[in-house]
Design a protein around this ligand. Structure first.
Ligand code: UDP
Length: 252
């Protein structure tokens, strides 16, 4: 697969259709797989958190969720296509409906996963949503909640969407996937349930295409200013420093 290295994180240059083909293959394989959706904040976080970097690089598929990654890849002379968490939930749910595979929705605030299930079922009437829940208060992603694991296993779901917030959701998947033997594909999807359920307004397509989603979010959710600063200022700064270092000492 065509991968782009951004500050040591390997991102796949895949179209939504190519991701779906891979997921379809995963659903028919005997192994378990997981997908991650890095954005610039993920990459900045890996600078301090090497475990997180390894978990991202260990994923079967890592797609770019964030215009910042696409723009930086372009500046580095490479190509990345954007596939967001919301895109993955819709595309994989459509595939699940066709393949008769059930999905489990885990994460987001109380009732948001259930509202998301309702919206998915309205659009994909034959989709089997085997479970939808916030997951309770998950603070440490390494800690096992035996009842939660049992609920997911009892549901017989084959696909697990995890929306526990970046870093936590990827670690949770990494540390728990082997205790969920029926799950063939787990996907970290960030705030996707908030958007699909309609609890948070998504930026209009024109702003997303212009790379101005951050501005829309800043106006709607000013409390996110630190994250927006990380994505729009710290991330490009770290890439610039890395490029300078590579030019000064190319064999480092
Ligand atoms: N979330 C959660 N538990 C937590 C932290 C976050 O369920 O401990 C959920 C939150 O309710 C929201 C999503 O995770 O639905 C946000 O994830 P992230 O910040 O990665 O989303 P982004 O907005 O960057 O896509």
């Amino acid at each position: 697969m065509d991968k782009v290295d951004i500050l040591g994180v390997q991102i796949d240059n895949l179209s939504p259709q190519e991701v779906l083909e891979q997921v379809n293959h995963f659903l028919h394989s005997n192994d378990q797989h997981y997908l991650v959706t890095p954005n610039p904040e993920f990459i900045v976080a890996t600078n301090q958190d090497h475990e997180f970097k390894e978990i991202l690089n260990y994923a079967d598929i890592a797609v770019a969720d964030g215009v910042g990654l696409i723009k930086i890849a372009k500046l580095l002379g490479q190509r990345l296509q954007r596939v967001t968490g919301v895109d993955l939930v819709w595309l994989i749910s459509e595939l699940a409906e066709q393949q008769n595979c059930s999905v489990y929705l885990l994460g987001a605030a109380e009732t948001v996963a259930a509202q998301t299930a309702t919206v998915l079922k309205e659009n994909l009437p034959n989709l089997i949503v085997a479970g939808a829940e916030s997951g309770g208060d998950i603070t440490d992603p390494k800690e096992i909640d035996h009842e939660l694991i049992e609920r997911i296993n009892d549901s017989q779901a084959a696909i697990l969407f995890v929306a526990l917030g970046q870093i936590k959701q990827e670690k949770w998947i990494f540390y728990h996937l082997d205790q969920l033997p029926n799950i063939k594909v787990a996907v970290g999807i960030g705030g996707a349930f908030d958007y699909i359920s309609g609890n948070v307004l998504r930026a209009p397509k024109i702003l997303r295409n212009l790379g101005l989603e951050w501005l829309f979010r800043l106006i709607l959710q000013p409390q996110r200013y630190k994250r927006i600063f990380t994505a729009t200022v710290i991330f490009p700064w770290l890439v610039l420093i890395d490029q300078i270092k590579k030019r000064v000492a190319p064999n480092r």
